[in-house]
Each structure stands twice: as structure tokens, then as C-alpha cells.
Design a binder for this molecule. Structure first.
Ligand SMILES: Nc1ncnc2c1ncn2[C@@H]1O[C@H](COP(=O)(O)OP(=O)(O)OP(=O)(O)O)[C@@H](O)[C@H]1O
Ligand SMILES: [Mg+2]
Length: 238
């Protein structure tokens, strides 16, 4: 079954019209690469429901959600900017994924603490985002996203600001969190780092000029045999 189906989903920011056709199987991990401005974030925002396509269809988990609000979609998203509430503790930020109420039920608190422990933040539950490093903040954002156990996880360069070793750790963390769920979430991950895609994704999509111009196995797409990909990777000679 496909977890994601975009059929000619069209969106125009200003001058350029973007149009996306994409099928992603349930449980698949898709990496999305492509030049800055190609439309990668636009694609994820259409999936999450933050942008409404002017035409075309968005189907998630077999349901037409084209006009469904973000909160009602089977989706969690982690952004480059961690999107945490600055005045709330790590624990409350995570708990918000489950319960929007101020008085947290004990069971929700316990689950938030467990989720923080799983991303290596045991003992830091009471810290506010400003008291955490960038990498730790992204761990909080990941813990929140995974705790919701939505079928689809969208990652818009959440680790872009981290160094290579830490980025690798974070990707391993995503993989570990994913594998402990009985129903593996479908992941769409935007990255500017080919090695992130090569190490973890089942498939890679290359975007250019508001279109998905190529999808295939990481080895195939990243081989650079397609001239646009080669140019993007800086291998213009191949
Ligand atoms: N809110 C907006 N208003 C007008 N134009 C926008 C807006 N958001 C994005 N665009 C334009 O749409 C195009 C695609 O933007 P998008 O953010 O999807 O690119 P991207 O592939 O995510 O790039 P990056 O790798 O830099 O994050 C760009 O040309 C951008 O300038
Ligand atoms: Mg972007």
C-alpha cells in the first residue's frame, strides 16, 4: 500500500509553478535532495497540509486529505528550526505531542519522560530549549514526533545545523526509534547531504525546478549518471 500519493499536486509561490507526482510505500524511507529553491520544503508543506495545492490530489494512508487540516493528517513533521515552545520545559514540549492541556495527566508525563530517555536526554526533562544545545533541542523535537506515533514522519533538514558526526548519531536515532515501532512509519527526509541519503534511505528523489525529476535507489540516483544530479553533487565531469 502507498502511504503517500501526490497526483499532480500543484502550488505556485510566485513566478514558478511546482507540480509534484509522488508515490511512497508504507514503511519506506525516502530521501529528498535537490538544489536550494527546488521546492523540497514546499513538497513537505503540501504533505503536512501547511500549503494547499491549487489543483491535484494529496492522499495519505489511502485517504484523500487534500482539504484536511494539518492536525488531522496522519503526519508528524520535524523542521530545521526545532519549533519548540521556548517557555516550556523539554518534558512539556514532548508531552504536547500527546496532550494539549496544561495539567498533564501522570501517564502522559511518564510517556514524555520515557521518550526523552530514549533520545538520550534523561535528567534534562526540566530544561527549557534555551538551556539545551542545538543537537539536544532536535532530540526533543524528535522525541515529540515519535511519541505521537503517526504513520508518516516528515523531516525537513532537521539536522542540517549539526556537524557530520552528530548528524550521523541523529540519523541512527531516527532509525532506532523507527525500528522499535510495530508499524514502521513512512519517512520523507529532506537533506543536502548525499551520505545521509545513502546511509539510511530506501529510495532517493531528486527535485529540480519544482518537479521530481528522478527517483531511484540511493546508489543509482547518487551515482550522478543523471546530469542534473551530477551538477548538484558537484561532479560535473561525470
Ligand atoms: N512563502 C513564500 N513566498 C514566496 N516564495 C516562496 C515562499 N516560500 C518559498 N518560496 C519560493 O519557492 C521556491 C521553493 O522554495 P522551497 O522552500 O520549497 O525550496 P527548498 O528546495 O526547500 O530550498 P532549500 O534547500 O533552500 O530549503 C523558491 O524559489 C522560493 O523562493
Ligand atoms: Mg527547504
Amino acid at each position: 500500500m502507498n502511504a503517500i500519493e501526490l497526483d499532480a499536486a500543484t502550488f505556485r509561490h510566485e513566478a514558478e509553478e511546482m507540480r509534484f507526482d509522488l508515490h511512497v510505500e508504507a514503511g519506506e524511507w525516502l530521501a529528498v535532495i535537490g538544489p536550494s529553491g527546488a521546492g523540497k520544503s514546499t513538497l513537505l508543506d503540501i504533505l503536512a497540509g501547511f500549503l494547499a495545492p491549487s489543483s491535484g490530489i494529496v492522499r495519505l494512508d489511502g485517504r484523500d486529505v487534500t482539504t484536511v487540516l494539518p492536525a488531522e493528517r496522519p503526519v508528524s513533521m520535524v523542521f530545521q528550526d526545532d519549533n519548540l515552545f521556548p517557555h516550556l520545559s523539554a518534558e512539556r514540549n514532548v508531552a504536547l505531542g500527546l496532550s494539549p492541556t496544561w495539567r498533564l495527566p501522570a501517564a502522559v508525563r511518564a510517556r514524555a519522560r520515557e521518550a526523552l530517555a530514549r533520545v538520550g536526554l534523561a535528567g534534562l526533562e526540566e530544561r527549557r530549549p534555551s538551556e539545551l544545545s542545538g543537537g539536544e533541542r532536535q532530540r526533543v523535537a524528535l522525541a515529540r514526533a515519535f511519541l505521537r506515533e503517526r504513520p508518516i514522519l516528515l523531516l525537513d533538514e532537521p539536522f542540517a545545523a549539526l556537524g557530520p558526526a552528530l548528524r550521523g548519531d541523529m540519523l541512527d536515532l531516527v532509525a532506532a526509534q523507527r525500528s522499535r515501532l510495530s508499524r514502521k512509519p513512512t519517512i520523507v527526509m529532506v537533506t543536502h547531504h548525499p551520505q545521509d541519503a545513502a546511509g539510511h534511505a530506501d529510495r532517493v528523489a531528486f527535485l529540480e525546478g519544482g518537479r521530481i525529476v528522478l527517483t531511484g535507489s540511493p546508489a543509482d540516483v547518487l551515482s550522478g549518471r543523471h546530469p542534473s544530479v551530477a551538477a548538484y553533487l558537484g561532479r560535473t565531469e561525470s
